[in-house]
Structure formats: structure tokens, C-alpha cells
Ligand binder design. Sequence first.
Ligand code: ADP
Length: 214
Amino acid sequence: ELRTPLTVINGFLEINAMQPDLDASPRAAHIQLMVEQGERMQRLVEDMLTLSRLESTELHMRSERIDMYFMLQHIMEEAKALSKNRHEFVLDFEGPNIKGSADDIRSAISNLVTNAVRYTPENGKINLIWKVNAIGPILTVQDNGIGISQEHIARLTERFYRVDKSRSRETQGTGLGLAIVKHVLIRHNAQLEIESTPNVGSQFIIQFQSDVIV
Ligand code: ADP
């Protein structure tokens, strides 16, 4: 995954080193492609570091009180900025505050909401629902986007597993988002459930246990 962008960058650097008199226009195009690939490598390295930190078992998990309304509002505002007004957002908030690692929980939920934006065409609707059921608090991220066919669902949290590689690249995906979500949830004793229908939409559901309620 890191080798491909690096090969592109090195390839263009070599061309430019060998042809110092290259016209401004192809040179600018090469620089643009190198910038894109550099950014891609940066996202990959950041996600890989996050994942390896989550996997290191010695690490003590922080447990702090999380203001869920504040967090979900903030995540939704960020998602709106990413969407650039192309989607409609609704926050349905009825659940309690919880305890856990605020940074990790924010990163997990934010990954799901970002995915909902990236895999939902213009004018789509994204719902963020925070409730509590008999087991504990439950978060649902719902979209009416492109959906996922059944045979892929069990494998989505594997690192670098993508249903459509080009779509993931196009929307700046690293293929590590759901692997990060899975690890954050393991550390919080929560479960991820995925329900989806192609061309109808997807629901990503996080079920927490009741002992996280504060
Ligand atoms: P990526 O960076 O490729 O989005 P993720 O780990 O976040 O990686 O997701 C893995 C794959 O799951 C994606 O490539 C995409 O095919 C699929 N996926 C995730 N979320 C959604 C969604 N809300 N709607 C449709 N497909 C999704």
C-alpha cells in the first residue's frame, strides 16, 4: 500500500531530474500528482500508527467521561464540512453519556460518519442515532448510499479490504478505517454490526454494554 504512492513519487522525481528543461505545464502536473501521492502516504502512515497503537496490549486504556452530545455534534459538523452541503444530516439524540477513551471513540464514530458521506451520492441522507437498549447504549450511523453486497460484509473490518478499490481511492480512503473502528470497539467491549443493501444504503451499529454508562 505504501509502495505504490512511493513508486509514483520516485518515478516523477526521476523524470524531472533527467529532464531539467521540462515545460512548466507538465512539470506542474507532475508536482500535483506527487502532492496527491504524498498526502496519500501521510494518511496511510497515520492510520497505520493509530492501528498499531490500538493493538499494543500493554497500553493502558484511558477511561474518561464523554459528553456524547458534544462529541456527536462535533463529528456531525465535521461531516457537514466534508459533505460540502451535498447531504442532509440528522442527529437523533436520546442516549446517556459514557466512559471510555474519548479520542478513540471519537475516531471510531468519525470514521463511520465519514464513510457514510464518502459512500453516499449527492442529496443522500445521513442519520446519527444515539439511544439505549436492554444491552446498553447503541449508536447507529445510517445512510442511503451505494450500499454493500452481502458477500463483502463479513470482511469489511479487515485491513485494506475494499469493495471497490477505485472508489475508495477516489474518496481518499486508506482501507484502514473500519479496522480502526473494530479495534477501538474491542477495547471498549462493544460490538459492531453492519447491515446493508446495495443501492439502498447501510447501517453501522455500535452496541456498547450498560457498564459504560456514567
Ligand atoms: P476505506 O478507506 O476504503 O473507506 P474502510 O475500512 O473505512 O476503508 O471501509 C472498508 C470498505 O467498506 C470501503 O472500501 C467500502 O467499500 C466499504 N464501506 C464502508 N462504509 C461504507 C458505507 N457507508 N457505504 C458503502 N460502503 C462502505
